[in-house]
Design a protein around this ligand. Structure first.
Ligand code: PLP
Length: 437
């Protein structure tokens, strides 16, 4: 048992020395961390005071396999002891990176066949935009520089991925306005066409989209949306990039989210679930054609690479993680448990008067809160943060989204979740809404 003085010491050191990512700065400064986690097992996290909570977000939509998986720990240790790091620059390579690239080619949609590795999703996105631009330079169309993304999208926090993010507060944070990035309505292919025409098709390198928008409020595109997107990209000659950073590796009940739409991209970004968060890894996959074009047209050096591109330990963990996801049938479980989660949330919708729309696919789900469900009137001050706080008190971590006037609570539990654990999650969220309405 950890003593009170040690907890206080950690709280004080955190407040004084630790600038938290994506955090409410003042609240953090005043109150310190709400949880200092020390252990994780399955869908649960335990904090320094001994409280156990359900990790209803798989932390950051990434701990797909659940916490405390010893086999993943073992794979990291074995690889670290053998070869912790060696470079993949130029002509150097290592076995885990080679095998992971080959495995990804086998399981990814369409003819995605070659991988460029990064350390996470933001780097993957910036890499995709840079490779798309370089591709057009090689193809003799250097004016194709612009990237079109969607409203309510989230693509990360590097400079390019911040600019591609359709949630304006993220761009405003650094006064980011780059005319090479433009935005189309997230559900409207007519709007995509309008933006392409307005910007000039000959200036556009690529269109990027998440199969299901996560951080932007859990938005599931209409059934035919991506087929039409693919047609439009082909018609105007743009590359179609999918951002599967959240939706990859089983999250939606398929290996990759775009499989729900039966559409193949030219490039695909991934991260998070590839290692279930046990190591920092992301990447961009290229279709066979784009990869071949790179090989044939390139005369110089590929001047883009991170020190940790193809990190042997991270790749070894990813290989083991993917093996376990397959062996343990976690993609199928995500599909089945996703239905249970949605059913439970719909039940809450019937019982609580402030729950508007309920949405979800696999183990990604969200509840929209409304002051008046008849008139669709929203609360003046969003209530989702209050519900999330109530849930935390009752032992459940979930997340609130309030961008663009939204008021949504989102969920993304680990793919190992069982029916009785879903029931527990649903009970807690129901009580938490009841406490607020
Ligand atoms: N793309 C999507 C769809 C994401 O949800 C995220 C992170 O949440 C990112 C990219 C950025 O990934 P990272 O935080 O690993 O840089």
């Amino acid at each position: 048992m950890i003593g009170k003085h040690r907890i206080k010491e950690l709280m004080d050191l955190d407040k004084k020395h630790f600038l938290h990512p994506t955090s409410p700065i003042k609240q953090q400064q005043d109150q310190g961390p709400s949880f200092i986690f020390t252990e994780g097992k399955g869908i649960y996290l335990k904090d320094i005071e001994g409280n156990t909570v359900i990790d209803g977000m798989s932390s950051l939509w990434n701990v797909n396999i659940g916490h405390g998986n010893e086999e993943l720990g073992k794979s990291a240790m074995e690889q670290m002891s053998k070869l912790a790091f060696s470079s993949c620059f130029a002509t150097f390579s290592n076995e885990p990176a080679i095998r992971l690239a080959a495995k990804l080619a086998q399981v990814s949609p369409g003819d995605l066949s070659a991988t460029f590795f990064t350390s996470g999703g933001s780097e993957a996105n910036d890499t995709a935009y840079k490779l798309a631009r370089h591709y057009w330079i090689l193809r003799g169309q250097p004016n194709r520089k612009k990237i079109i993304s969607r409203t309510k999208s989230y693509h990360g926090v590097a400079m390019g991925s911040t600019n591609a993010t359709g949630l304006k507060p993220f761009r405003d944070f650094t006064n980011s306005f780059d005319p090479d990035f433009c935005y189309a309505d997230h559900f409207s292919t007519e709007d995509l066409r309008r933006v392409i025409e307005a910007e000039g098709p000959e200036t556009i390198a690529a269109f990027i989209a998440e199969p299901i928008q996560g951080a932007g409020g859990l938005h599931i595109a209409p059934e035919d949306y991506f087929k039409e997107v693919r047609r439009i990209c082909d018609e105007y000659g743009l590359l179609f990039i999918t951002d599967e950073v959240i939706t990859g590796f089983g999250r939606t009940g398929k290996y990759f989210g775009m499989e729900h739409y039966h559409v193949a991209p030219d490039m695909m970004c991934f991260a998070k679930g590839v290692t279930s968060g046990y190591a920092q890894l992301g990447g961009v996959m290229l279709s066979e054609k784009i990869h071949q074009d790179f090989m044939e047209l390139s005369t110089g050096t590929l001047l883009h690479g991170y020190t940790y591109s193809g990190h042997p330990m991270a790749c070894a963990v990813a290989l083991k993680n993917i093996e376990l996801i397959e062996q343990e049938g976690l993609i199928e479980n995500a599909e089945k448990m996703g239905i249970e989660l949605l059913t439970g949330l719909k039940r809450i919708q019937g019982e609580r008067r402030i729950v508007g729309k309920v949405k979800g696919l696999g183990l990604m789900a969200g509840l929209e809160l409304l002051k008046d469900c008849q008139t669709k009137k929203t609360f003046e001050n969003p209530v989702s943060p209050l519900i999330v706080a109530e849930a935390a008190k009752r032992g459940l971590i979930c997340r609130s989204v309030v961008f663009d006037g939204q008021d949504v609570v989102v969920f993304a539990p680990p793919l190992i979740i069982k029916k009785e654990e879903i029931d527990k999650l649903i009970d807690i969220i129901n009580e938490s809404i009841a406490a607020v309405e």
